[in-house]
Design a protein around this ligand. Structure first.
Ligand code: UDP
Length: 450
């Protein structure tokens, strides 16, 4: 029987931190000759610009505004499962008798129902973790019953295979405070049993970053690291046209920041961002402003809709506040020397891949664990301490910035940042571990008999 040409349907949850790596994965497949199509919701496909990748809408049942229209997280996820399964199946049917029938679904770990659609059509199914494999292993250990929730706050440390001992405040918030986000936790804990039988478990990470964990998971998950899923131009590779993620859900109010950065000395600027989801309380915003002013260094702060919460008198005149930016462009800029981050997984990986020392200010979800790894595993930065009210004071932020830029540990932090940058670059270059994993996947897809 003649080999089919591979067509991989990549299904993304409609949030910035999910679309970015999944679209990038689809682009990698396309750059290696496979047909790849990204499926995401009606109201997000409009933002996707991808000439090499096809784009198809699916429905979460809230086609006008998505999540914001839903009465609750639970209702949203339920509706997405029902309507999403149906509309995803329609795409497969649409291509069934074409020259390029879909023969694999790669789905976002928050959309575990997509595996049932793959099974329905007897095509390959692959899961993509958009968190680190380490954090996913914590959720898996809960599913396995290795430790049970709730974890007691006074617990000294949780010891899990392949991970550093994790204190209460290092655990993902869904684990430390399971009652706060039950619907997300339930969605995350769903369908882990399929890891024994699924064709691939991909992770947007680099083998060397999580080497102990990867060893531990051998035999449990068919885990393949395929990251960093960052546009190759930023990792010094020359894949034409691959210099942006290509799906910005926010627009920058100005692109003046590049010019502003151009005028600053090398490694002098602090870049501050809390990603696309975290909602920072006004009091915290004021403290961040005070800390940045006290640092007496130039800074660029992505404030999204928190701009209005910052009093200009607290900001001083050495900073630039923008509503959104091309984060990779900023991190890659020669004048940026420190990244104050919320430690979202994409942002953490971007900081590591571009070699920028970090100050971790975690908010929720997997961010506390990522902050722990930044400080104690990869040693590329420090993590702030919060006060009794759960606030990071301006003094604390300023102290951490100083520590990363000029403090005792700063030389080691800079050396490590440069080291991980090289690992990240190598892994996606020809002959690298992530590149090899992607090639193996493509070979298998192309060799399946039609
Ligand atoms: N990002 C961006 N511009 C900004 C802020 C963030 O392009 O001004 C991107 C960033 O590069 C990353 C994503 O948004 O790829 C955020 O994902 P992450 O997992 O770090 O955090 P989340 O937004 O999911 O909390």
């Amino acid at each position: 029987m003649e080999n089919q040409r591979g067509h991989v349907l990549v299904v993304a949850y409609p949030a910035q931190g999910h679309i970015n790596p999944l679209l990038q994965f689809a682009k990698r497949l396309a750059s290696k000759g496979l047909k790849a199509t990204l499926a995401t919701t009606h109201y997000t496909v409009k933002s996707v610009q991808a000439t090499t990748v096809g784009v198809e809408p699916i429905s979460d049942g809230f086609d006008e505004g998505g999540f914001k229209q839903a009465p609750s997280v639970e209702a949203y996820l339920q509706s997405f499962e029902q309507v999403g399964s149906r509309t995803l199946a329609n795409i497969i049917v649409k291509y069934k008798n074409s020259a390029t029938p879909v023969n694999c679904i790669v789905y976002d770990s928050l959309l575990s129902w997509a595996i049932d659609v793959a099974r329905q059509f007897d095509i390959y199914g692959a899961l993509m973790f958009t968190n680190s494999a380490s954090v996913c292993s914590i959720y898996w250990q809960i599913h396995q019953g290795v430790f049970t929730l709730p974890v007691k706050q006074e617990t000294e440390a949780v010891s899990l295979p392949g991970l550093l001992p994790l204190g209460f405040s290092d655990l993902p918030s869904f684990v430390a405070q399971p009652a706060n986000h039950p619907a997300y936790l339930a969605a995350i804990l769903e369908k882990w049993e399929i890891l024994n039988e699924i064709d691939w478990v991909f992770c947007n990470s680099v083998e060397e970053l999580e080497s102990e964990l990867v060893k531990t998971m051998l035999g449990h998950w068919p885990l393949k690291m395929v990251g960093p899923l960052v546009p190759s131009a930023y990792l010094d590779q020359q894949i034409e046209g691959d210099s942006a993620y290509g799906a910005s859900l926010w627009k920058s109010t100005s692109d003046q920041y590049t010019k502003w950065l151009d005028g600053k000395p090398e490694n002098s600027v602090i870049y501050v961002s809390f990603g696309s989801m975290a909602d920072i309380a006004s009091k915290q915003v004021e403290e961040i402003a005070r800390g940045l002013k006290a640092s007496n260094r130039p800074f660029i702060w992505v404030a999204r809709d928190t701009e209005n919460k910052v009093s200009p008198s607290n900001l001083g005149d050495s900073g630039l506040v923008v509503s959104w930016c091309n984060q990779l462009e900023v991190l890659a800029h020669r004048s940026v020397g420190c990244y104050v981050t919320h430690c979202g997984w994409n942002s953490t990986l971007e900081g590591l891949s571009l070699g920028v020392p970090m100050v971790g200010v975690p908010q929720w979800s997997d961010q506390p664990s990522n902050a722990k790894f930044i400080e104690d595993l990869w040693k590329v930065g420090v993590r702030v301490k919060k006060n009794e009210e759960g606030i990071v004071t301006g003094e604390e932020l300023n102290k951490c910035i100083e520590e990363v830029i000029d403090g005792e540990k700063s030389e080691e932090i800079k050396r490590n940042s440069a080291k991980w940058r090289e690992f990240a670059k190598k892994s996606v270059s020809v002959g690298g571990s992530s590149d090899g994993n992607i090639n193996e996947f493509i070979e298998k897809i192309l060799s399946r008999e039609g």
